[in-house]
Design a protein around this ligand. Structure first.
Ligand SMILES: Nc1ncnc2c1ncn2[C@@H]1O[C@H](COP(=O)(O)OP(=O)(O)OP(=O)(O)O)[C@@H](O)[C@H]1O
Ligand SMILES: [Mg+2]
Length: 249
């Protein structure tokens, strides 16, 4: 039995449309892998198969040897799989602190009615402080999330996912909508993630991908075209033709 995520023969069809085709994929503790590919290649579908938002048509998903492929979303979060969303899902009217406290309380099994109470679990509050410090969010603790710059909002999303103490973290387009000038917030945050966490990054921004990924998987029409080190992927003629070439001339 090996540690981390092992995916074998994973397939998914919507009616006649095959959007995941016999995908074999491993993610070990400490991995920093990027999943890239053209629009509609099936990247988000793959992520949703991992979180349980979608049920596979065929194939296996194992976490530390355990088959989790039929578990629902809540059970997979408990098993250690967390994902940020391509579209922001924070509570815009709550503060940064409150947005991070919610998943901490949830994980700790505290009732949500504890929320906003002055005595709401000192340990939970300490955990929220530590998470905000990790992502340099302390100065914004009492700011409404809706009033934050978009890049900062994406950081809060990552923090919310991390508050679940996952083993596997899936970031679906963490830099989407983030102005270029704020991109360093995202790369710094990824660099600050726990060393033993397995991280899968789905991203179109190639500069970001090449900064943070130690391995890249290229998905085309639901199938893995190639997987390799960033240098190999950048030099691969099929990747250049099919994907990078069309973007970077
Ligand atoms: N629920 C669904 N029902 C039917 N077809 C779907 C569904 N979800 C996705 N698809 C189709 O599956 C294919 C893959 O979509 P997916 O969103 O996974 O691509 P993607 O690689 O994440 O694209 P993008 O880079 O634009 O985010 C697309 O053709 C899409 O239209
Ligand atoms: Mg997508």
């Amino acid at each position: 039995m090996s540690a981390g995520l092992q995916i074998r023969g994973l397939s998914k069809s919507f009616g006649g449309l095959a959007v995941a085709r016999e995908i074999n994929f491993d993610l070990a503790p400490g991995d920093r892998k990027a999943l890239i590919g053209p629009n509609g290649a099936g990247k988000s579908t793959f992520a949703n198969l991992l979180t349980g938002a979608l049920t596979p048509s065929a194939g296996e998903i194992r976490l530390d040897g355990r088959d989790i492929g039929r578990l629902g979303e809540a059970a997979r979060v408990k098993a250690g799989i967390a994902k940020t969303f391509q579209i922001t899902t924070l509570f815009q009217d709550l503060t940064v602190r409150e947005n991070i406290l919610l998943p901490v309380l949830e994980r700790r099994g505290a009732a949500l009615r504890m929320f906003r109470r002055a005595d709401a679990d000192a340990q939970a509050n300490a955990e929220v402080e530590a998470l905000m410090a990790q992502f340099k969010l302390n100065p914004f603790a009492e700011v409404r999330v809706g009033d934050l710059a978009y890049g900062q909002q994406r950081l809060v999303e990552m923090t919310v996912a991390l508050a679940l103490k996952p083993r596997i973290l899936i970031l679906d387009e963490p830099a989407a909508g983030v102005p270029t000038g704020e991109n360093h917030l995202i790369t710094d945050a990824i660099a600050a993630l726990p060393a033993d966490l397995s991280v899968l990054i789905i991203e179109h921004d190639m500069a970001l991908v090449f900064k943070v990924a130690r391995a890249i998987v290229v998905l085309v029409a639901g199938a893995i075209l190639v997987e390799g080190a960033p240098r190999e992927i950048a030099a691969n003629p099929r990747v250049r033709d099919l994907y990078l070439g069309s973007r970077h001339g």
